[in-house]
Structures are given as structure tokens and as C-alpha cells.
Design a protein around this ligand. Structure first.
Ligand code: V47
Length: 359
């Protein structure tokens, strides 16, 4: 292989684990086609030609947040004119409005609210389950779970058990950002630490809950800090096996305190997907989140390590507040066409990757 990646190619072919140094070298190497080739070998070995999507509904119940991270345009202080919080009745209405659609997953994320009581979160899950008993609720990032445990005055595990009894099915990957204490101090000092995030994920896995993981790249983090983040995830996954999917999240600077930074490039987006696919050898899935990188690049990503594009979504707020110019939703037909034209086999899945339908 040209570009000095021959030894990494050997490791990938033999299914050997990449070192931290290999990860850094991949990030620093400009030969995106060779990196994509390596990632595609892993992708096809793990997932063949399948490309997964889901019929889901996103619901951001409140943007009021006490963390106010510098990279986030979604979170607002309680007294902001743009602050909102949905009552349980409003959440019901949002769910009722789409009862005729074959939604299999509801994705719930909000800010760290200063005064909503613990009972609100339990009632939200119960209300959704009452209206749609069959739906899988993927809700509350590890950061929110830690906050809810604080509200409940219970351990994370006890809190998770109560949330599960109320309808929680799995945990989304948000809030991970970059685990490095340096990045957290500079961008999100009030947020749960990287170690804290991993502890919540492990507690969830210990109870049989599956969860996702993300990394927010393209702001002020170094390549070494990205690989360190991936390494922390890989070693947690060695212990628990509870992570389902890794989602690299492309930083969108508009309306944030880091708005002088540029948006990520297509090459940077593909590289983050490809390096993750090569490095995270124990993660079953890598998602190219079309909302953040656009459906066109998500198609290309399906040959650079990704085997999932997320889903129909609808009403995405977090990235759109930060200047995303993608649509707010995609139809099943559009998702199937996008995957097919990328030369992959579209598979509609549920949250836990059970096949719902092949196309
Ligand atoms: O935790 C915040 C990120 C995350 C910005 O688990 C930003 O399947 C880009 O985690 N530019 C929430 N990103 C979204 C998320 C997610 C999305 C889709 C699927 C899944 C999954 C998880 O969004 C936050 C933060 O890391 N974020 N601000 C921004 N300006």
C-alpha cells in the first residue's frame, strides 16, 4: 500500500488490534482513499454490504440547560427568550401527531434543566409508553442520567432501574464530546467528566441496557485527544460489550461561542468515520449521521467504514440551531434510495439492530 500504511493494512487484514500510535498515524495521513480502503475491509467483514436505517422520531423536550457548553447552540439559560420546555401534555401531543406512522424508536434528549423534578422524566417515559407501547425509547444521554440520579438522590444503577421500569429502552450516545479533561475544561467545564460519562455507560451495560457513543470533532481538540477518546471507548467496550454504535459528530459552529471556527470538511468527516471503523474493532456499528454531514456525504461514508445512516429523524433541533443546512427529516423512500445508489443493501432495523425489513 502506498502512503506508508502497509503495516496497518497487515494488521487490518489479520484482524489485529490497532495501537494508539496507529490511530494517530491514520489521522495524520493525507491518503484518504487508502484509509477508506482499510475501513471498508473492516466494515464489510463486520456488516457485509448492509446499510442500516431506522424509522425514528426525535423529540428534544427542553433546551434549558445549566451547562451552557461553548460548542452548543441548543442549550439556553432559563431566562433566555429562546428557552423552551414541553409539558407532559405537549409531549403527548407530539407523539399523538405521528401515531399513524410506523415509528419504532423515539429519541429523547434535552438539556440539564435547573428545576424540572425527577418525576417529570418518569412521567415523560410513561406517557410515551401509554400512547405507543410497542415503541423503543432511546433517551437521556449519560450526562442527563447522572443529573437524574442526583435529582432522585439514588445511585446511577437504582435510577436507571426506575427509568427502565417507566419505559427506558436504551441510551443515546450524546454528551461524550471529547473525554480529555483539557477539552472539557476549555469547552464544557460544568459537564459530567469523561470518566463520569464512561461510568454511567458501564452502569447501564451492567443492567443489560445498550447504549451508543459519540465524539464531537472539528473544534479545538488535537488528533491525540481524539484517539485517546476512542481508546477509552474501546477499553470500556472490552469490559462490557454494551455499546452498539459509534457516531462521530461533526462540529457546527454557527450560533455557538466557537463561531469563529470553520465547519469541518468532507475529508475530515470521512476520516473520522474511517479511523473509528479501523480503531473501534469491538463496536458492531459505525453511524454516518446524515443530519450532520449531509445525505450526499453519508452515501460516500458507506464505503469509508459506516454501515448505518440513522433514520427519518424529523424535527432535529441540536444541529439545526448550530447552522446545519440539511433537511429536518428524510422519508423511508429517500433513505432506501440514498443507500441503494451508494451500492449498499438497505436494511430497516429497530434500535437493537433487529431486521425489520430488507429492500
Ligand atoms: O451531545 C452539540 C452534539 C450531541 C453541537 O446515539 C453538536 O444514535 C455538532 O448525541 N455541532 C447530541 N454537534 C446528539 C447526539 C446523537 C445524535 C444522533 C444520534 C445519536 C445516537 C446521538 O450533539 C451532543 C453534542 O455532542 N452537539 N452541539 C454542534 N454545535
Amino acid at each position: 500500500m502506498a502512503s506508508g500504511l502497509g503495516d496497518i493494512l497487515d494488521k487490518v487484514r489479520k484482524g489485529e488490534r490497532l495501537s494508539v500510535d496507529d490511530g494517530v498515524r491514520l489521522y495524520r495521513n493525507p491518503d484518504i482513499l487508502s484509509i477508506g480502503y482499510l475501513a471498508n475491509l473492516v466494515r464489510e467483514r463486520m456488516n457485509g454490504s448492509k446499510a442500516y436505517f431506522i424509522y425514528n422520531q426525535h423529540l428534544n423536550y427542553s433546551n434549558i440547560c445549566t451547562n451552557l457548553c461553548k460548542f452548543c447552540a441548543f442549550g439556553k439559560p432559563k431566562d433566555s427568550a429562546q428557552a423552551y420546555e414541553m409539558s407532559i401534555a405537549e409531549i403527548r401531543e407530539k407523539i399523538e401527531a405521528r401515531l399513524d406512522e410506523p415509528i419504532t424508536e423515539i429519541h429523547l434528549v434535552g438539556g440539564i434543566h435547573p428545576d424540572l423534578p425527577y418525576s417529570y422524566y418518569l412521567e415523560m417515559l410513561q406517557a410515551i409508553k401509554e400512547l405507543r407501547p410497542e415503541v423503543h425509547i432511546q433517551a437521556f444521554t449519560c450526562v442527563e442520567i447522572a443529573h437524574l440520579a442526583g435529582l432522585a438522590g439514588k445511585s446511577v444503577a437504582e435510577t436507571l432501574k426506575e427509568l427502565m421500569a417507566a419505559g427506558l429502552g436504551s441510551i443515546p450516545g450524546g454528551g461524550a464530546e471529547v473525554f480529555s479533561p483539557r477539552i472539557r475544561a476549555l469547552t464544557c467545564e460544568k459537564k459530567l467528566s469523561g470518566d463520569g460519562w464512561i461510568q454511567v455507560a458501564k452502569a447501564a451495560h451492567g443492567l443489560g441496557l445498550r447504549s451508543n457513543a459519540t465524539m464531537l470533532y472539528g473544534h479545538i481538540e488535537t488528533i491525540e485527544e481524539r484517539v485517546e477518546h476512542l481508546e477509552m471507548l474501546r477499553s470500556a467496550q472490552d469490559e462490557t460489550g454494551g455499546f452498539l454504535t459509534f457516531i462521530p459528530l461533526a462540529f457546527h459552529p454557527k450560533n455557538t461561542e466557537l463561531s469563529d471556527l470553520s465547519r469541518t470538511s468532507g475529508i475530515e468527516d470521512l476520516k473520522n468515520i474511517a479511523v473509528a471503523r479501523c480503531f473501534l474493532d469491538n463496536f458492531p456499528h459505525i453511524k454516518a449521521y446524515w443530519v450532520m454531514i449531509g445525505p450526499k456525504l453519508a452515501q460516500v461514508a458507506l464505503s469509508f467504514g459506516a454501515d448505518d445512516v440513522d433514520g427519518t429523524v424529523k424535527e432535529e433541533v441540536i444541529t439545526h440551531m448550530a447552522g446545519a443546512d440539511t433537511d429536518q427529516a428524510m422519508s423511508r423512500k429517500e433513505l432506501v434510495r440514498m443507500i441503494r445508489e451508494a451500492g449498499r443493501e438497505p436494511v430497516e432495523r429497530d434500535t437493537l439492530y433487529k431486521v425489520i425489513k430488507g429492500y
